[in-house]
Design a protein around this ligand. Sequence first.
Ligand SMILES: [Zn+2]
Length: 86
Amino acid sequence: MAQATKGKLNYRCPSCFMRDIDIDMFYDSHTEEYYCLRCSFRGKRGEVLKLNQQARYRYKALKLRVADFGEDNEPVSFKPHEGGAQ
Ligand SMILES: [Zn+2]
């Protein structure tokens, strides 16, 4: 752990990211695991990628805008974001 480095490609910590903290992890070549300095998360590359992919559910509507919130128990309707006017 003392000689751990950042990997060629840095991955963000999925555990911290779920708490709105964006922090890179370090790579331990002995165990072939990524680990976080801030929290206790550690995991193989595949696990890190899977958990980071799962965290994307929060941003499903990132490129959409709410067109109508609707009444109670009605679904919210979206429209695509058109970008800013020049
Ligand atoms: Zn973390």
